[in-house]
Design a protein around this ligand. Structure first.
Ligand code: ZN
Length: 395
């Protein structure tokens, strides 16, 4: 006897009126004849079934989810936002754990099963933000996976004690070590990158570096990151978030940067930032670079925007990249599902017998419509359990 059978399903490969059975947290079988007996049977009435989404870059600790609306307080520069965080975040009426939990539940209700969050590790916060996020992660372990990146938001070399704090964050349970604009923020690219890669080596973890630096400056940092990745054998475990520089240089340089990233196994994480140059997604993928996506700021101290929906995020990225054909929308879906999961080290991902039952359903005729229109998710299943219905988190 299976635990759950979903009938009347539309599958990503175009099959209609199929059924999926779930047992012991995994997809037991998929068919289009008569469904097997199960404790619970639910008709999807033609809804599309897709694998769990991956949000590979967000900031659970900075979110204002769960609090009354707070007008954006920071000035127009990144440094002003960093400084504003130090005063605004500790004064909020709800704890990091509460706010992070509220945002995790929104992510899950939109069908996201795997998250990678950056968490501020600064002298202002110490390890407090990380402790709050780890608490929220544990409370939602049955609904999604959460990876944490120890993120030196205020810099590494310019901030006394930052290296020791990052080390302490790894001991406290962070999964990866982060970095930020080694030239622009620290004005010491060698110092920051040597320190970050040394921490990764020491703790046997991967790296995810925020790289907002434009043009040639960013390209220089990217080259240094790729060289160090190859030198210490971290291929496949290093990501560069944003990489705006890739969108701001000549195509010949984009191409050689893409070849360098593919060879070093360095992933690019994009969220299609407004007001910044967009990396050439199709060119990068064409050269074999893993390109994945995240929401980044979701209604937080940095931005009033964002709903935590990765299908909507894919639509924003596709809109900016001028992706219009079904083929390019299918590529976007790979980036926010299977490619994202692979980059996060999630080995088993997809809608197929034997895989974990991490999936969601929605009223759409196929992946292109799911991205283009991103209708509300009707049902979200994680580990074989229904964790959200009609946009409401069930726990
Ligand atoms: Zn970020």
């Amino acid at each position: 006897m299976h635990d759950l059978v979903l009938t009347g399903a539309r599958l990503g490969d175009g099959r209609q009126n199929a059924w999926l059975s779930i047992a012991n947290g995994r997809i037991a079988a998929i068919g289009d004849d008569s469904p097997p007996a199960a404790r619970t049977q639910i008709s999807l009435e033609g809804d599309l079934v897709l694998p769990a989404l991956t949000d590979a870059h967000l900031h659970l600790d900075k979110t204002l989810f769960g609090t009354p609306w707070l007008p954006h307080a920071a000035g127009p520069t990144r440094m002003s936002r960093i400084e504003t965080d130090a005063t605004v975040l500790p004064s909020l009426p709800r704890s990091t754990c509460d706010r992070a939990g509220a945002l995790i539940r929104r992510c899950v209700a939109h069908g996201t099963g795997h998250l990678r969050t950056h968490v501020d590790i600064t002298t202002a916060f110490g390890l407090k933000a990380l402790e709050g996020v780890l608490e929220a992660k544990a409370a939602h372990a049955g609904a999604c996976t959460v990876q944490t990146v120890a993120f030196p938001q205020a810099g590494v070399m310019r901030s006394r004690g930052a290296v020791e704090l990052l080390d302490a964050a790894m001991r406290a349970g962070a999964d990866l070590v982060g970095g930020i604009d080694p030239c622009e923020v620290d004005r010491d690219p060698k110092g920051q990158l040597d320190a970050v890669f040394a921490i990764a080596s020491r703790h046997g973890v991967g790296i995810d570096i925020h790289l907002h630096e434009p043009g040639e400056m960013g390209l220089f940092s990217l080259q240094e990151i790729c060289a160090r990745t190859r030198a210490i054998g971290l291929q496949g475990r290093v990501a560069v978030s944003h990489g705006f520089c890739l969108g701001g240089v000549a195509e010949s340089k984009q191409k050689s940067a893409a070849e360098m990233m593919a060879e070093a196994g360095v992933t690019l994480v994009t969220h299609g930032a407004g007001g910044s140059t967009l990396p050439p997604i199709a060119l990068l993928r064409g050269e074999g670079v893993s390109v994945i996506c995240g929401n980044d700021d979701i209604r937080d101290t940095w931005s009033p925007y964002g709903t935590a929906d990765m299908l909507e995020r894919a639509a924003v990225i596709g809109w900016r990249a001028d992706f219009r054909t079904d083929e390019t929308l299918e590529a976007l879906f790979e980036m926010i599902s299977i490619d994202g999961a692979r980059a996060l080290g999630i080995a088993e991902h997809g809608v197929a017998p034997g895989l974990p039952a991490n999936l969601f359903t929605l009223p759409a005729e196929g992946v292109p419509e799911a991205i283009g229109q991103h209708p509300q998710r009707r049902m979200v299943i994680f580990g074989g359990r229904i964790v959200a219905r009609d946009g409401i988190y069930l726990g």
